[in-house]
Design a protein around this ligand. Structure first.
Ligand SMILES: Nc1nc2c(ncn2[C@@H]2O[C@H](COP(=O)(O)OP(=O)(O)OP(=O)(O)O)[C@@H](O)[C@H]2O)c(=O)[nH]1
Ligand SMILES: [Mg+2]
Length: 326
C-alpha cells in the first residue's frame, strides 16, 4: 500500500504533522518521520509515527497497518523505555548513559577481557548497584511501628500535606498508603515511595488483624523500614520479632519523647536510634533523609554505566563469581 494512501497527500520528506484519516475514523493527528523514503517509489521505507493518543490509538493503528501487511519494526530499545519512566533528573541522567545499547555493548565485551583485567571492571560496575536499584523504580520507604506511635503524623509532616488521618485512637490506619517523595536536592535528588502502614499489635482481630498482616508483608518487601517506636508504650514481641528479620540499614526512631517514657530504648533496641518529640518533626525528617542518602553514598558520576535491572546485577554477580573461582 503506498504511503500516500495511509497518510494523505502531503508526505513529509523529514518531519511533518499528518492526519491519519484513511480509515473509518480519523485516528489521530500524528507526528511522522519518514526515515527512509526512497526517491524511486520502491515500497521499502520506514516511517516513525508519534501519536498523541494513548494505547488505544496505538492499538487501532497497529490493527489498521497489520491488515494491510505493514510490518512493525521494534524501534524502541529496552534502555530507551527506561528513560520514559525516569522519575527524577538523576534517573534520566543514568538511563541516558545506557542508551543506544551502551550497557549491553559494555557487558558483551567483558567475557573477552582477560580475567585479571575484568575483576576491577566488574567490581567498579557493581559499586553502583545500590543506586541502580533505587533509580530503576522508586523504592519503598515504609513507616512501621506500634499503633499510635505517630506514623501517620510523620507521613503527613514529610509530605507537607494532610494526606492521611492521624488520631489518638489506636488503630486509625488500616491500609498501606503510599506517596512519591523526593530524597535529596537538585540534580542528585531521586524519588522514593513513602508508605504509611497500620500499627503492629498482638491483640488485633478481624479487619485489624488483616491490617497487621498487610503491614508485616510490607515490612518483608520494603527497601528500608523506618521503625517508629512510641516512648510511651514498650515495643511488643511481634514488633521486636519483625524488626529482627530486617536489615541493619533500617532506621529506628523513638517518637513522642515529650511523653513520659515507660521503657529504656538503650536496653531494648539493637542499635542507635533517632529521638523525636514534635509532631512537625523537621529536624527528624532532615536527619532520616540524610541517613538514607549517606547509605547510598555519592551518586554515579556523569556517563557512568549502572546496572538498573535485577537481571543485569545478577549477570555481574555471575561474572564476579566465575572470576573468583579462577
Ligand atoms: N505527644 C506527642 N504526640 C504525638 C506526637 N506525634 C504524634 N502524636 C499524636 O499521637 C497520636 C497518634 O498519632 P498517629 O500519627 O495517628 O499515630 P499512628 O502511628 O499513625 O497510629 P495508628 O494509625 O493507630 O497505627 C495523635 O494524637 C498524634 O497527634 C509527638 O511527637 N508527641
Ligand atoms: Mg496511622
Amino acid at each position: 500500500m503506498p504511503l500516500r494512501d495511509l497518510l494523505g497527500e502531503s508526505l513529509p520528506t523529514t518531519v511533518g504533522a499528518l492526519q491519519l484519516a484513511r480509515h473509518s475514523f480519523a485516528f489521530d493527528e500524528a507526528l511522522c518521520w519518514c526515515r527512509a523514503l526512497p526517491a524511486d517509489g520502491s515500497p521499502d521505507y520506514t516511517i516513525e509515527v508519534h501519536l498523541h493518543g494513548g494505547f488505544g490509538v496505538a492499538a487501532a493503528l497497529r490493527d489498521f497497518l497489520a491488515a494491510r501487511a505493514w510490518q512493525e519494526v521494534p524501534s524502541i530499545l529496552h534502555e530507551d523505555l527506561d528513560l520514559l519512566q525516569a522519575t527524577s533528573p538523576l534517573a534520566a541522567r543514568i538511563f541516558s548513559a545506557r542508551r543506544d545499547g551502551a550497557w549491553h555493548a559494555a557487558l558483551q565485551q567483558l567475557p573477552s577481557v582477560a580475567a585479571a583485567d575484568r575483576v576491577p571492571i566488574v567490581t567498579a560496575l557493581q559499586h553502583w548497584n545500590a543506586w541502580g536499584q533505587v533509580l530503576a523504580e522508586p523504592p519503598m520507604v515504609l513507616l512501621a511501628g506500634p499503633p499510635n506511635a505517630g506514623k501517620s503524623t510523620l507521613f503527613n509532616a514529610w509530605l507537607q500535606e494532610r494526606r492521611v488521618t492521624a488520631s489518638a485512637a489506636a488503630g486509625t490506619t488500616r491500609d498501606l498508603i503510599s506517596a512519591p517523595c523526593q530524597l535529596g536536592v537538585g540534580a542528585e535528588a531521586f524519588v522514593v515511595k513513602l508508605v504509611d502502614s497500620a500499627g503492629l499489635w498482638e491483640q488485633a482481630r478481624g479487619v485489624d488483624q488483616a491490617a497487621v498482616a498487610m503491614s508485616l508483608a510490607a515490612i518483608a518487601s520494603a527497601w528500608r523500614v523506618i521503625w517508629l517506636l512510641d516512648a510511651a508504650t514498650p515495643p511488643s514481641k511481634t514488633l521486636l520479632k519483625a524488626l529482627a528479620t530486617r536489615c541493619p540499614e533500617d532506621l529506628l526512631v523513638v517518637n513522642r519523647m515529650d511523653l513520659e517514657a515507660t521503657w529504656n530504648p538503650q536496653k531494648i533496641l539493637p542499635r542507635a536510634f533517632f529521638k523525636n518529640q514534635s509532631r512537625q518533626s523537621p529536624q527528624l525528617i532532615t536527619a532520616l533523609e540524610g541517613a538514607l542518602l549517606r547509605q547510598l553514598g555519592p551518586p554515579p558520576p556523569v556517563g557512568q554505566l549502572v546496572a538498573v535491572h535485577a537481571a543485569e546485577r545478577l549477570e555481574l554477580q555471575a561474572l564476579a563469581a566465575t572470576d573468583s573461582r579462577r
